[in-house]
Design a protein around this ligand. Structure first.
Ligand code: HEC
Ligand code: HEC
Ligand code: HEC
Ligand code: HEC
Ligand code: HEC
Ligand code: HEC
Ligand code: HEC
Ligand code: HEC
Length: 426
């Protein structure tokens, strides 16, 4: 009798310990409860290859949360979690340009004077620049401001919870970010020959194997998660060009970007920030190696001669656009020099500063001069279009939305300058 009692209490103890050791909710229970709570999301997961391979809710979210009373205990997975099973894609991503999205955003002064909702909150700048692995300090800053989500970039192209490769291979996966004001690659590509062919093929009006290059074919060859182009977004690189006029124009642009001191021409601390996030190729070789990769892709369908000529035209329109922009910068800089535009408090120099975008950083009462805003638009909207359109083979963006608008901006700037000088009270 005594022996039996000891046996029973031991087995009770063991089963209790067993119960305590077991996950507080098993994979089944997550799915069962969430089928009622968030049915769409469960349907998505069920369609994923994850569900077929036993990658369940708790694999990614942990098992600490098991009901409505402790929702905050559900972990939100970051990229290193995906890396546990997808090291190749993670490593490629980590050395590519996308990985710098969050850091390069935060390197700009503008970011720190705009509402948090547009940054850490994940709309506006932060909605697209969520792309990129955040450091522990960056995550903490986000939490401290009261924002919990946006810990993962791997769901940007193959969205949760289907995580579908097929979806990511659709060019529309790139659209939400690569569109609009300063980088309308979606609009340019989709309304030009390459995109038109893709759409025609998608509607069944071209044979299924007709060549029709889409974003991923040119920018994620062989499924590589490392994205980088030769010129990049800013369209500047080192060393400076050999052509004397172009070199001078480039120096003027680098001053307006605040990476060269406008008075001494010396590099500023900002140059280091720009280098650290890979915003510009720092050597001729680094630039060339990206360019050659691209030529190789074009050569699958075009002669390499043809492709080289096309891309070289993009380079030379950039040079001509730089001439227009530098002339405009010099006009506005002259107004600063003569005290007609006062240096905003936050600016380091009495000189236009493109990295404050459309404002001075001083709040509503300290608005940027209108002529500065026209200049910024010329740089950020129209110069970008003038050369990006060449690379994406779009005639209308190259001329009417790009080059012609730069000419118009310069005309406006000259007109505004005259008025400002004439009405300035000494
Ligand atoms: C008994 C029901 C129940 C169970 C079991 C359950 N959850 Fe939940 N879960 C909820 C409810 C309720 C919410 C809050 C939904 C809302 O905000 O509308 C939630 C929210 C979540 C969230 C979102 C957290 C956030 O910050 O928005 C995640 C992730 C999650 N659950 C994962 C899991 C995982 C993983 C399991 C299994 C380990 C699990 N859930 C088990 C009911 C449950
Ligand atoms: C392969 C990993 C993975 C699996 C498996 C997974 N999730 Fe998620 N889940 C994520 C990621 C990534 C996020 C976004 C995190 C963020 O925004 O910080 C997320 C976000 C969520 C959210 C909050 C955001 C929203 O859209 O409401 C809920 C709720 C959620 N998951 C529930 C579940 C449930 C329930 C399951 C199982 C049916 C599941 N997840 C399986 C990766 C996963
Ligand atoms: C525990 C391991 C594991 C984790 C963690 C994991 N995955 Fe997976 N993933 C898999 C497996 C297994 C497959 C299926 C591979 C196959 O079918 O060959 C897969 C497939 C995929 C696919 C391809 C789906 C398709 O349509 O072919 C994508 C995309 C993907 N995972 C993304 C992610 C992302 C993003 C995360 C992080 C939020 C993640 N995975 C986390 C194991 C994991
Ligand atoms: C619609 C999505 C979207 C929004 C909103 C957005 N960006 Fe971007 N940003 C991008 C994309 C895409 C690129 C890369 C474009 C390219 O290379 O042509 C980029 C490039 C940049 C770069 C240059 C990075 C580099 O290494 O060349 C900086 C800096 C930047 N954005 C800052 C900002 C700031 C600040 C805001 C808000 C005022 C903002 N962005 C709003 C999508 C966005
Ligand atoms: C810029 C969009 C984009 C982002 C961001 C992205 N992926 Fe992908 N992913 C793709 C595309 C496109 C494919 C299909 C590539 C192919 O096969 O040509 C893919 C395929 C995959 C596959 C399936 C590989 C295979 O061949 O079965 C996995 C796994 C994967 N990605 C994981 C990740 C992880 C992990 C991250 C985050 C570190 C991530 N992806 C971020 C676009 C993206
Ligand atoms: C969630 C927003 C988002 C999505 C979706 C997205 N990108 Fe990006 N992309 C960015 C941002 C932000 C940058 C600039 C990153 C930085 O600051 O360095 C960028 C940069 C790039 C660059 C590098 C340009 C350079 O500077 O050399 C390429 C190429 C690119 N993206 C291609 C793609 C392709 C192809 C897809 C779709 C398969 C895609 N992106 C999807 C936001 C996105
Ligand atoms: C036929 C090939 C091709 C296709 C398709 C293509 N691009 Fe590009 N892309 C290029 C070339 C070429 C460059 C310039 C490379 C250089 O600097 O030498 C470029 C540059 C870029 C850049 C850097 C800034 C710029 O515009 O110059 C981004 C970002 C980008 N492409 C995104 C996309 C997105 C998103 C799509 C789909 C909507 C797309 N591209 C479609 C060839 C292509
Ligand atoms: C997968 C095949 C494919 C790739 C890769 C490709 N193209 Fe094309 N491209 C085409 C086709 C097909 C056309 C339409 C031909 C026509 O206009 O009759 C086209 C049209 C063009 C045109 C417009 C010609 C015109 O008459 O308007 C230019 C310019 C061009 N491509 C340049 C490039 C460059 C530069 C690259 C590499 C960055 C590239 N293409 C990559 C297939 C491709």
């Amino acid at each position: 009798m005594k022996k039996l009692l000891i046996f029973v209490s031991f087995s009770l103890l063991f089963s209790c310990l067993g119960f305590l050791d077991a996950p507080s909710a098993d994979a089944e229970s997550c799915v069962n409860c969430h089928r009622g709570i968030t049915p769409g999301l469960v349907k998505d997961w069920e369609a994923s290859s994850h569900s077929k391979k036993g990658v369940s809710c708790s694999t990614c979210h942990g098992d600490k949360h098991n009901g409505p009373q402790n929702v905050k205990l559900a972990g939100l997975p970051d990229e290193p979690l995906c890396a546990q099973c997808h090291k190749k894609q993670f490593d490629e991503f980590a050395k590519g340009k996308h990985n710098f999205g969050w850091t390069s955003l935060n390197a700009l002064p503008i970011t720190h004077v705009e509402p948090d909702e547009l940054m850490e909150g994940g709309r506006g700048c932060g909605g697209c620049h969520n792309m990129g692995i955040k450091t522990v300090a960056q995550k903490k800053e986000q939490r401290d401001k009261g924002y919990r989500y946006q810990n993962n970039s791997c769901d940007e192209c193959h969205t949760r919870h289907t995580f579908s490769k097929k979806e990511a291979l659709d060019p529309r996966a790139c659209q939400q970010c690569h569109m609009g004001y300063d980088h309308p690659q979606w609009e340019m590509w989709s309304s030009a020959k390459h995109g038109t062919r893709w759409h025609a093929r998608d509607s069944g009006n071209l044979p299924a194997d007709a060549p029709a290059p889409k974003c991923q074919d040119c920018h994620m060859q062989d499924g590589s998660h490392e994205n980088r182009t030769a010129w990049g977004f800013l369209g500047v690189r080192l060393p400076l060009p050999e052509d004397a006029q172009w070199k001078t124009d480039r120096i003027t642009i680098l001053k307006a970007l605040g990476v060269l001191n406008p008075h001494t021409g010396e590099p500023t601390a900002r140059l280091e920030a720009v280098k650290s996030v890979d915003m510009v190729r720092l050597t001729e070789e680094a630039w060339k190696s990206e360019r050659e990769k691209m030529i190789k892709i074009c050569s699958q369908c075009h002669s390499s001669q043809y492709a080289r000529e096309q891309l070289a035209m993009g380079d030379s329109i950039m040079q001509k656009s730089d001439r227009l922009l530098a002339e405009a910068i010099e006009i506005v800089a002259g107004l600063y020099k003569d005290g007609i535009i006062k240096k905003p408090d936050k600016y380091s120099f009495a000189y236009p500063d493109f990295l404050y975008f459309m404002q001075t950083g001083g709040g509503d009462t300290n608005k940027l001069s209108y002529i500065d805003q026209v200049l910024f638009q010329m740089y950020m909207k129209h110069r970008m279009r003038a050369y990006q359109a060449f690379f994406h083979v779009n005639p209308d963006y190259a001329y009417w939305y790009g080059w012609a608008m730069m000419v118009k901006d310069l005309g406006n700037i000259k007109e505004l300058e005259q008025t400002m000088r004439a009405t300035h009270k000494k």
